[in-house]
Design a protein around this ligand. Sequence first.
Ligand code: AMP
Length: 535
Amino acid sequence: MLGLMQDAPLLLSGMLEHGARYHGDQLVVSAGLDHGIERLDFRTLAQRCRQLASALLAEGCRPGEVLGSLSWNHHRHLEVFHAVPGAGMVLHTANPRVFPEQIAYALNLSRARWLFVDPDCLELAERLAPDLEHVETWILLARPEDMPATTTLPDPLCYEDLLASGKADWAWPSFDERTASTLCFTSGTTGPPKGALYSHRGSVLQAMAVAGAGVQAYGADDVLLVPAPLFHCNGWSTPYTCPMTGARLVFPGRELEPARLLRLIVEEGVTFAMAVPTVWLSILEILREEGGDLGRLGRIVTGGTAPPEAMMAELERDYGVRSIHAWGMTETTAMATYSHIPPGTPPADRIAIRARQGIPMQGSEVRIVDDEGHPLPRDGAAIGHLQIKGHWMVRDYFRRDDVRLTDDEGWMETGDVATIDSAGAMRITDRSKDLVKSGGEWISSIDLENAAAGHPDVLEAAVIAVPHPKWQERPLLLIVPRPDRAPTAEELRDFLATKVAKWWLPDEIVFVDELPHTATGKVLKTALRERYAKP
Ligand code: AMP
């Protein structure tokens, strides 16, 4: 027997309109634009999204087709982000930070006919244009006065003019909630990038789960700083959760220079911020050197790579900022697990628990399996391949029938290696391709990096496997020292000996000025292996 409940599809336009109607005065703050900060309230945001959507349909865009964007975070990109899926089309958010060949590959695969271009990405778009096989219409995300005097792009439209031609009272259509909404590609450090095609239903459920997940929940008193780009994992779902909860959205723009982020945090009264650990490490470095504080900031979400415990401890001890550690990947829309502190946990144990990637948000489930795919115990000791399933995990890659991502029961391979303890908390020990296998035993590069990052003279640490004649592989530790510090290899090894098993200690420690990072803030281990791990 079916329940007698009303049934309406879960559509993203509903979240936007909720924000306009019930949190209409709340703001989207776009910093980092050439002409200064722009502030737009949610009421106007929704109206502009309706105008844009109706204008696009009037210009001949068809429901179901893919439109592309090449842009940093600001309200115009946010409008495209809502308007395109809201009208039943799909937005492919191309990542301007990856190699141009990868951008062209992805846009050719998605067959986008329209491309929205940030004026700041104009040069990149001009370079890409000859290689884009399907793009016919270029729209510059600009005001008429900011349109370039000359460009090699063929007759680009001015975004504000296009938007002005649309109808403010246009009504969002209703359609199947499984309709595709946005398309996001992996950073593709190995092989061509792979596309994750999200749906309205998955994105709505993900946003609802995030906004309600324990300490992570936020509301209308919160001011969210979102350096996480819209082109990666739906901007960690903040374009949906902010209108839904009424929280203010602050976009820092392209430059994520730590001193500027710090200024924004204080000046805009940011209470909650989301960013990868490197951002927090650099901000702490400034505070240590120059003094100051983090204003109203009370909580951060950090993820994308494992945060050092020392960083979370310093944020909490010296600035009263609680860290929520989250894990997710392009294939999981945005975050899928978060650190959960069970009630009654003694304060001394909290940071160690936060260092775990944590429990799945309701609506997703995780497990670990051995090499043959047999489930492993949840005892905190067994290490296995992490698999996940749930409402916002992708099933297959976009137009890649040659790759199998999920098994018949819906378990998706994550490529991560983890333990799960009896309380269900998951701890990533490695990316499977980053594992160090020494004498048949696994050494966790993440644990070693975390231990090294706890040394007071260390700014950043990375571990890679290097071939070894006897042990097959041994860990190599690369260290970026803090400014004006010169730790020695011997000091570091003595320090590590108090934190990890003796056979984990790296035989070699290399000091470098900086580490290469991917477009999404992860250490680019392929480049390090290329340079340091050649047999
Ligand atoms: P991407 O698809 O670029 O978002 O990368 C996803 C991968 O980043 C995951 O499979 C993990 O290897 C890594 N990752 C994301 N969040 C975390 C985290 N909190 N701790 C450790 N690794 C993480």
